[in-house]
Design a protein around this ligand. Sequence first.
Ligand code: PLP
Length: 361
Amino acid sequence: RAFNFSAGPAAIPTEVLERAQKELLNWNGYGCSVMELGHRTPDFQTILDKTEDDLRKLLNIPKNYKVLFMHGSASHQFAMVPMNFLAPGETANYLEMDHWSKMCIKEASRFGDMHIQQGIRTNSDGLLELVPENEWSLDEKGKYLHFTSNETIVGVQFQDDPQSFSGKLVSDMCSDILSRPIDIEKYALIYAGAQKNIGPSGMTVVIVREDLFESFQTERVPSLFQYPHVSSKGSMPNTPPSFGIYFAGLVFEWLLEQGGIEEMYQRNLKKAHMLYDYVDQSNFYHSPVAKGSRSFMNVAIQMKDRKHEERFLHEARENHLIALKGHKTFGGLRASIYNAMSIEGVETLIRFMDQFEQRLK
Ligand code: PLP
């Protein structure tokens, strides 16, 4: 298998794919795949319960939070959050970062008034950086503050939970969930599409504080989009994304076997430091993101001479290093180094980058 640096759908640990392959035709001696198993069967309920339990263990999710496995994508949550939290005419705070938070604000503005605070800017060296919290101006009466903990496209990541808003925090954690410890109790709601650190696309995990359900404004919201309804039906108001849930369960078991989130966090930091250290000492590559704002999941890299990019990507592919092209809106290169990327993969990438530079000298 190649070393896959895709931003999403992203690499899945080989051991997990092998196990899924083994179980594909005959899960647990049952004679069929989980894909073919009725979702109302006790067997599927066991899978769902174990998947939830393992996620609770991994993230240390308190009992007063509900875990929902939902259909669809993070983009559905862009709309669902304001649909549930806001009554017509109410306001919420949104930190505007890059592509994903802009998409999120666009959807949310259909359901309420947006108080927008810039979360990202270009500094005097031309590098992207987070706007420091002491420069934010938020609407304290806003129903919540929504932020994207890691902007996948440009590779900018919050280094800490925001401190300055006294109200509810809501976070899109698509691209850094399960990569680092999270203090769940600081949040009203967290959501993440599956396709980076959880499993195949098409399923979204939502972690939400249960006591908020009473305050949700859901009369005009379709029932499948109401968090309390989905929760009261145990994530199964209708046929759930059953194979996605099973697959997430395999990934969660793998994470527990690896030593859990603290271990993954240390590995992730190590991988990111190796790559940034290499790029920082190079005269050939550079990082477009300022230190202190850099993502340890999506490492944006630019070549000082951008005309070499196509050749770099081509030769990288020939060396089994795939999906290193930056997002079309940002350009350059990007190495997404989620949980499934090994230290060996990052070492191989650095070696390739170095050899590529030498070849052009
Ligand atoms: N938010 C972030 C941070 C993302 O990286 C992505 C992309 O994968 C999305 C939202 C959108 O996800 P989806 O395509 O599942 O709607």
